[in-house]
Design a protein around this ligand. Structure first.
Ligand SMILES: *[C@@H]1O[C@H](CO)[C@@H](O)[C@H](O)[C@H]1NC(C)=O
Ligand SMILES: *[C@@H]1O[C@H](CO)[C@@H](O)[C@H](O)[C@H]1NC(C)=O
Length: 392
């Protein structure tokens, strides 16, 4: 029995820092969770700034290697890390625009696992990879994150720019994990209505994406409320922080009473009673929504906006989306967001490949670098990159 041990920092429901020591045994099962509280840290810094500081320990410089030239650059003034394969090839190259995760609050393209994933993608596909460095909460709220990504994608999709990088306009993918999967899905939808963009995405890859804000009591939220990496309390914190630092939204979201009655018509887009296969419903019973005050919806309309919650669009808005890859993890609060999007896309005839990983928790693609270098992380990353290689 081989065990890997690592230390993660999470935040519990009271907003107290907890150090969580997780043991992975046989790369799958979390055997023990031990935590200690560091309440004295509270008040010193904004909670997300502390998380940011912790994740920034993993930041890497843009160092080229034998296969890939890596540079930090800007596209229309938005920073991005660019990976250009060095291998000489006669024809045009494929391209992947990658959007990192981190709950719209933390993370970065330079984080070691993201940097490595981009190198692998560039190398394996001989593709140009653009990893977007969008601005983060709490300094910036919605729609800044969305707009930064949209700006880069729109700039890159210009024919003159594609020529400059030797990219085939018919072979471009948008891809992202977690909050990045949210941004990728939202950008892919909004591009469909943008008459200025002539180049179409060939595929989109959504890796355990967050896709809806309305129902934070889905079976996956209930089943995985206290799972490591992304407990429900942290996901609620990320969602609310995307729109505002005002705790009233966070509190309303935590009790799932944040959606005003005026928006009741949106619930059909996230009705898990219709959209989840039986296997994921288990013994959960669908309950009608409980509405909150209309004040929150007026103050923070972002959480009802499909640019933040891509599941909240009419079916007609899904038509024209590219072939889609959705990765979901069984032990993840966001599992059902991804599965409901699979159902909705398939209902309107979009080709979807759904990889569901039974033995994974949220963020599994991050487990490809030390000290959390797991066979499971490599297996899932290889599966995803292989899909890109075949379909792009
Ligand atoms: C470069 O590519 C080769 C072939 O895919 C691989 O074996 C090697 O490890 C790569 N080098 C780096 C630094 O990733
Ligand atoms: C959700 O679906 C169930 C079963 O089809 C239905 O009874 C319920 O009214 C729906 N609720 C909403 C809000 O769409």
């Amino acid at each position: 029995l081989t065990c890997n041990l690592f230390v993660f920092v999470l935040i519990d429901s009271c907003g107290i820092f907890v150090f969580v020591t997780v043991y992975f045994c046989r790369n799958e099962v979390i055997k023990h969770i031990i935590h200690a509280e560091f309440a004295e840290w509270l008040g010193l810094m904004h909670y997300m700034e502390v998380l940011m500081m912790i994740t920034s320990i993993e930041y890497t410089a843009p160092i080229s290697d034998e296969n890939v030239t890596v540079t930090d650059t800007k596209f229309n003034n938005v920073p991005a890390r660019l990976y250009m394969p060095r291998k000489q090839s006669s024809g045009l190259k494929r391209a992947v625009i990658y959007i990192h995760g981190g709950g719209w609050c933390v993370g970065g393209s330079a984080m070691e696992p993201y940097d490595l994933l981009s190198r692998w993608t560039a190398n394996k596909l001989n593709a140009v990879v653009v990893s977007v460095e969008y601005r983060l909460a709490p300094m910036y709220h919605f729609p800044v994150q969305f707009e930064d990504v949209y700006t880069v994608v729109k700039f890159f999709l210009q024919n003159s720019v594609l020529v400059q990088y030797g990219v085939d306009p018919n072979r471009i993918c948008i891809s992202g994990d977690s909050a990045g999967g949210n941004l990728a899905a939202a950008v892919a939808q909004q591009l469909l209505d943008d008459l200025e963009v002539k180049v179409k995405l060939k595929i989109q890859a959504l890796l355990y994406p967050a896709l809806q804000t309305l129902d934070l009591d889905l079976p996956s939220y209930k089943d995985n409320e206290n799972k490591p990496i992304l407990p429900k309390s942290l996901m609620v914190r990320f969602w609310s922080e995307y729109f505002t630092t005002d705790v009233s939204l966070q509190e309303a979201m935590a009790s799932n009473k944040h959606v005003p009655a005026e928006s009741s018509h949106l619930f059909r887009f996230v009705n898990w009673s219709n959209l989840l296969p039986e296997k994921f419903k288990k013994d959960h019973v669908y309950a009608s929504p409980i509405y909150g005050s209309s004040m929150l919806g007026k103050k923070y309309p972002g959480f009802l906006d499909p640019r933040a919650a891509p599941l909240l669009v009419e079916d007609t808005k899904l038509l024209g989306l590219p072939v889609t890859y959705v990765l979901t993890c069984q032990h993840d609060v966001l599992r059902d967001d991804g599965i409901m999007y699979v159902s909705r896309l398939r209902e309107v005839g979009i080709e979807v490949i759904h990889d569901h990983i039974e033995d994974a928790i949220h963020g599994v693609l991050m487990f490809i670098t030390s000290p959390t270098d797991l066979a499971l992380g490599h297996r899932v990353a290889n599966k995803y990159i292989e899909w890109l290689n075949i379909n792009l």
